[in-house]
Design a protein around this ligand. Structure first.
Ligand code: T46
Length: 137
């Protein structure tokens, strides 16, 4: 989606159930988030490097730092917005068509992604100038 902007990204409280045994969090596609989940992947044992640096043409995602913390910098070509993910019940809902950089993974961080589509290398825009052209900036 060419017309999305950083203000379309939303932090959501992931549904959680608590009792004396601790916490259980759940995400159901189409119910807690506006898409069906076709793929789950997660990043872990990330050294002091940045990841991401791409946009997706179609993919919608929910990112959750299930352990530790990470910064996600969203960029629509005109504006940037930084989200700090640091709780297993805090999710960042990302619509398609936005550039993201992932930085400052804490030690032991695990970043889980619930994705709206199966893997498709063609869905990625990995060159920032191509991204700006795509957004018409
Ligand atoms: C994203 C951030 C949060 C696959 O073969 N299948 C997959 O489903 C995925 C996600 C990746 N790969 C392969 C492609 C690359 O050879 O795994 C390798 C590393 O992927 P990438 O360089 O895209 O990793 P990140 O951390 O830059 O980005 C990933 C996701 O690709 C991306 O969708 O939003 O995590």
């Amino acid at each position: 989606m060419r017309h999305t902007n950083v203000n379309d990204c939303k932090i959501i409280d992931v549904r959680k159930y608590t009792d004396t045994r601790g916490y259980l969090s759940v995400v159901e596609g189409g119910l807690d988030i506006p898409f069906e989940i076709k793929r789950v992947y997660y990043l872990y044992m990330v050294p002091e490097v940045a990841r991401g640096a791409h946009a997706h043409r179609s993919l919608q995602q929910l990112l959750i730092a299930t352990s530790g913390s990470v910064e996600v910098i969203m960029d629509d070509g005109l504006e940037k917005k930084t989200f700090h993910l640091d709780k297993p019940w805090k999710g960042l809902l990302i619509p398609s068509g936005l550039w993201r950089d992932l930085e400052n993974f804490s030690g032991g961080a695990v970043l889980m992604c619930l994705a709206s589509e199966k893997y498709d290398a063609e869905d990625y825009i990995r060159d920032y100038n191509d991204f700006l052209k795509y957004k018409g900036v």
